[in-house]
Ligand binder design. Structure first.
Ligand code: OGA
Ligand code: MN
Length: 277
């Protein structure tokens, strides 16, 4: 339905320009987005300037929308602000965690289906977002790796992810991280459709049954493999850009920006539809 839709690379991303936020708040647009997400993993609407109401409408047409327990907006509790500025969000101090490759909700039984992020204000330095397609990365693995990885299980924890951002935590920080339960997921996430992605990223600590060092080394090798330029894209934000990603296979991270940067994103997430299996 969008004439200007252009794939960004063969492995990841499709870009659409000349569309308004209001046009996106329709069943046809949502249907187009769902199939574009399946095929391309990341969908970018350049400078569509979607407002919070239309963002929620589009999100609801895409699936069930998460209402975050903390950090939602007053008028639209589904919309959270992503910023390093404590004046913008109570969760500001956790957002440096986004500087490391991750999948949203990887410590949940059912990670989120997708995320929608729109730029209200951009950073003059840093603040791009990178994405890497672990469906494509899995597909390109040699067969002997696929066979070796088929039954591996990975321990995911919020503390593992936060330790990357705060390598020297206080007892209070550690205690707050440890309130989030640890979760064991298969390394290879197989969908009912048969598609497979790698479930790795900042929350991935160890591999069950492997010496910790060996598990960490394998996770690092797979992260390096998955984030190679041929599976990845880097988005440089303009005000009003909207990016949607299929969170079941798109690793992502923010390029570091500072707490005094004006960068402010509005975000919704979609409830996951398939448990990791
Ligand atoms: C997120 C996220 C990255 C960014 O909102 O889940 O990881 O660039 N954001 O802000
Ligand atoms: Mn994220």
């Amino acid at each position: 339905m969008f004439d200007t839709a252009t794939p960004i690379t063969p492995a990841i991303g499709i870009e659409v320009s000349g569309v308004s936020g209001a046009q996106l708040a329709s069943a046809e647009a949502a249907q187009w987005c769902r199939s574009a997400l399946d095929r391309h993993g990341v969908v970018l609407f350049r400078e569509c300037h979607i407002d919070d109401g239309d963002l929620v409408t589009l999100s609801r047409l895409l699936g069930e929308v998460v209402v975050p327990p903390m950090g939602g907006g007053e008028d639209h509790p589904e919309v959270s602000a992503i910023s390093l500025d404590p004046a913008e969000t109570v969760l500001a101090s956790y957002n440096t965690g986004t500087f490391h490759w991750h999948i949203d909700g990887a410590t949940d039984a059912i990670p989120q289906l997708g995320t929608l992020l729109t730029a209200i204000e951009v950073s003059t330095e840093g603040g791009d977002t990178e994405f890497a397609n672990t469906y494509a990365a899995y597909e390109a693995l040699p067969d002997e790796d696929k066979a070796q990885f088929a039954d591996l299980q990975v321990v995911h924890s919020f503390a593992t992810a936060q330790l990357l951002a705060y390598p020297d935590p206080t007892d209070k920080q550690r205690a707050s991280w440890e309130r989030v339960p640890t979760r064991v997921h298969p390394l290879v996430w197989t969908r009912s459709s048969g598609r497979k992605s790698l479930l790795i990223g900042a929350t991935a600590g160890e591999i069950v049954g492997m010496p910790p060092e060996e598990g960490r080394a394998l996770i690092k090798r797979l992260l390096d493999w998955s984030t190679q330029p041929r599976f990845a894209l880097r988005h440089h934000w303009h005000r009003g850009d909207l990016v949607l990603w299929d969170n079941t296979g798109m690793l992502h991270r923010a390029i570091p920006y500072t707490a005094t940067s004006r960068r402010l994103m509005h975000r919704t997430t979609l409830v996951g539809e398939e448990a990791v299996a």
